[in-house]
Design a protein around this ligand. Sequence first.
Ligand code: IN0
Length: 413
Amino acid sequence: MGSLAAVLRHPHDFYPLLKLKMASRQAEKQIPSEPHWAFCYSMLHKVSRSFALVIQQLGTDLRNAVCIFYLVLRALDTVEDDTSIPTDVKVPILIAFHRHVYDREWHFSCGTKEYKVLMDQFHHVSTAFLELGKGYQDAIEDITKRMGAGMAKFICKEVESIDDYDEYCYYVAGLVGLGLSKLFYASGTEDLAPDSLSNSMGLFLQKTNIIRDYLEDINEIPKCRMFWPREIWSKYVNKLEDLKYEENSDKAVQCLNDMVTNALMHVEDCLKYMSALRDHAIFRFCAIPQIMAIGTLALCYNNIEVFRGVVKMRRGLTAKVIDRTNNMTDVYLAFYDFSNILKPKINKNDPNATKTLSRVEAIQKACMDSGVLNKRKSYIIQSELRYSSTMIVIFFIILAIIFSYLSSTRASK
Ligand code: IN0
């Protein structure tokens, strides 16, 4: 019902949503028949929704490697997140996870819902992993080893400083960027990207998730760990959970804006990383989550709703991004437009207003300097405006027809 109301409010979402639904059905039909690969691809669809579709558009060998990499990371994450596992059991599992992927007999039951199924039937993932090329296996093993060790380090450590925040995000997301760059290189289609740019790709996504998920994380029972760094939130409140109380709304929004400004620092690196990609499917795979992230930050900035409920890009806009992201022009246009949505929300009384504005202007300059902005109008937001003005005209025409009908019936009486 909610989605029907959303489509009625945004009728132009209908076509991209329909296309996405059909592509998703098609992708599910293409799930391989061998039981271990069938398990891995259907699990991928369950845990990552629309993102699975973009993975399935990669060339066969790379697609299999990315699918397994994604599931191994989700499994590692499930162990890290399960607060019912005692630390002395959890830490050795995280540290040895890179060896478990070679062992068809290994499994460890934890997590809930689809993650429990993933953990219980992990032998399907190891079986598929053992069929990957050596270059892919080495890259996945190396990243899993470094990430497991990093997660273990942070099990007993709070995120205090901004350096801790960057270090934690490096372990759980920056390393994913390094690993993916290695997989792309191993596929023979891309050059090896510099580590610092690969890291920024992960940090930008992970910081956006941490900002967006504040309320979900703080309300989790049993209490989960929080990743907003004390160095930032302690400027505004005494305890991180105080941000969700109504009496602290002004401080909460200022703190949120500080966090968004910190995340925006990575955008120029991300644009550089994406502009060096050559393969169309790899490009889409990387660019779609990045556009979703800048869209989410534009939505979250200065928005008290982050502390009250879920702030997410609507499904129709996600479908549009998936449908229409094909080259760097699309990326520059999307980043330019979403930062243009954020810019007028900067309040000059915000303690970080100058810093945020200079970040936004630097992003817009990077997009402008690409020289493609004046060639074409935005593929997402302009069409929204065009459609909404069309809808307003249609609304007034209908109103005029009703009015003239009512006046003519009244005159005939
Ligand atoms: C990802 C990343 C991802 C994709 C492409 C390039 C990347 C480069 C560096 C680092 C990460 C990169 O993308 C996914 C996107 C995703 O899963 N989206 C979810 C939406 C959601 O709300 O969860 C979906 O269901 O569609 C991502 O978020 N992460 C991820 C994990 C593994 C891999 Cl192989 C790629 C997670 C994270 C923590 C940000 C790295």
